[in-house]
Design a protein around this ligand. Structure first.
Ligand code: PLP
Length: 501
């Protein structure tokens, strides 16, 4: 495991008799206006309690087999459709990740509303995956549906702006503190465009990312550290260039590595999530964001914060909640209630530098934009989402329910003496099969337990609960209820009890 700077593992954050540990202190460190804190916490087992419980691996294997059989028996129509689909789609799915589920085939969805969906076999599920954040608004939120239908009736795309775009840009400025905005169709595109612009205005070639991050299918970001050496990330298909030519990579929370990587002034931008979410949740240590901002400013490196997942922290993501001050910000997924849309914003200084680099004559061949980007439908959906769905009161409910989820899982961890933890960031929570919170992406990647992951996912699914396939993550929507959360706590308990030694 890569251990940046030979630092000791996490001792400062580990309470000796730890029931609940709440991290604090970001906004004060940044010396800007304090906003209400999102729930940001890690709860872990009381280490002075009785001996740690052990997972019985042979029980785990037999439970896994039973859950697989049950899944196959109960989802005959999905299995049939999957068989049909294999003759006309690669791997039998319209998008390659749709095979990354714990069962032997994906569920086919019939319909969804709020926090629930129904599959083609007629089973109803509590959706804690929510399209991996694309549906964090809940499915088909009525206010967004109304605005979307209304827009569809009156034309969706013109290559011309609609008045709604002004409201959306102003609202984004209010939430994130950046005065200028552009619209793309996906968060991947927003990141690509932000990186291009950063290169253009700094005249620098390289970017920097954190180990095991994910920012969409952006070529420059498919690079990881193995034993401290940077190389192509596992699974990266057909990379155009060796990513070490475009990108530097350091571990999250490793301030000295960051300093060393930026000090020669060759890096155009750091692209970062405020807290990592894609290798499980990895939270910033106190002082990390202040250091990130100081070092990037000192070295003339632009700071791009990707809030696509961390929008779970509150209406203005971690940027608002922790008082962060990025030069650029990107955000996609839930911002238009499931209609493809993403945004990227700039500080006044950055906007001025971009304006100097742009020419109207060549604007359609700049490598930035797209025919459908900024279309009237995406924008109408964003307006409705920001105005009526992802509102302050909605976040208050969602975050309280995520705390309820965390407490439900934690009570089982505690009672069963499991060496596991549960982490929460706003309305996102996940449990983790390790007794220590990972400090960085390298540690998080090394702690993955695929068999346990697979079993917990499948037993939840068979009990009518969908959690995010990539790790044990639950997301709460404005439509999720206390009953949904309590059902998860009960299913989690039963799943755990079945595999204890
Ligand atoms: C932080 C982050 N940024 C960007 C993206 C890319 O989003 P999309 O696949 O919608 O382009 C993702 C996708 O998971 C993400 O997690």
């Amino acid at each position: 495991m890569y251990n940046p700077g030979g630092r000791k593992k996490e001792t400062a954050q580990t309470p000796s008799v730890g029931l609940t540990f709440i991290q604090e202190g970001f906004p004060a460190a940044l010396n800007v206006k304090c906003h209400k804190q999102p729930e940001l916490r890690i709860t872990m087992m009381d280490k002075t309690a009785a001996t740690e419980a052990k997972i019985d691996r042979s029980k785990l294997q037999s439970c896994l087999v039973r859950q697989r059989e049950l899944f196959a028996r109960e989802h005959l129509r999905s299995a049939e459709l999957f068989e049909q689909a294999r003759s006309s789609m690669l791997s039998g799915v319209p998008m390659n990740w749709m095979v990354k589920w714990a069962g032997d085939f994906p569920l086919f969805v019939r319909e969804a509303g709020g926090a629930h969906f129904i599959d083609v076999d007629g089973h109803e599920y509590i959706d804690l995956c929510l399209g991996d954040t694309g549906a964090m608004t809940g499915h088909a939120p009525p206010a967004a549906v109304e605005a979307i239908v209304e827009r569809v009736r009156h034309g969706t795309t013109f290559m011309l702006p609609t008045e709604d775009s002004i409201w959306v840009a102003q609202e984004l400025s209010r939430r994130f503190g950046l005065p200028f905005w552009q619209v793309a169709l996906t968060a991947t595109d927003a990141n690509r465009f932000a990186i291009r612009l950063a290169r253009q205005i700094t005249g620098r070639k390289l970017i920097l990312i954190f180990n095991w991050c994910y920012h969409g299918t952006v070529d420059e970001t498919f690079i990881t550290l193995e034993g401290g050496i940077a190389g192509v990330r596992r699974g990266n298909l057909g990379p155009a260039v060796d990513p070490t030519e475009t990108t530097r990579v350091v571990e999250f929370n490793d301030i000295s590595a960051l300093e060393a990587a930026l000090k020669d002034g060759a890096v155009a931008c750091v692209l970062a999530e405020p807290a990592m979410t894609n290798i499980g949740i990895v939270q910033p240590e106190p002082g990390f964001h202040q250091a990130l901002r100081d070092i990037t400013r000192r070295t003339g490196t632009l700071l791009i914060l990707d809030e696509t997942h961390t929008i779970c922290a509150g209406p203005g993501g971690c940027t608002q909640a922790w008082g962060l001050q990025p030069d650029m910000l990107t955000l996609g997924k839930p911002i238009a209630s499931g209609i493809p849309a993403a945004v990227y914003g700039f500080s006044r200084d950055v906007a001025g530098r971009i304006a100097q680099a742009m020419s109207v004559g060549d604007s359609d061949t700049s490598g930035i934009g797209g025919t459908l980007a900024g279309n009237a439908l995406s924008i109408a959906a964003m307006k409705a989402t920001l105005e009526h769905v992802l509102t302050e009161p909605a976040y208050e409910r969602m975050i309280a329910l995520a705390s309820r989820f965390t407490e439900g899982v934690q009570s089982v961890i505690q009672e069963k003496h499991l060496p596991w933890i549960v982490k929460q960031l706003g309305c996102r929570a996940e449990y983790w099969f390790s007794s220590e919170p990972p400090l960085n992406g390298g540690q998080a990647a090394a702690a993955v337990d695929s068999d346990l992951d697979c079993y917990m996912h499948l037993s939840a699914l068979n009990a009518g609960i969908l959690i995010t396939p990539f790790h044990n993550m639950a997301l709460i929507s404005p439509a999720t209820s206390e009953a949904d959360i309590d059902r998860h706590s009960q299913v989690f308990r039963e799943s755990v009890e079945a595999i204890l030694g």
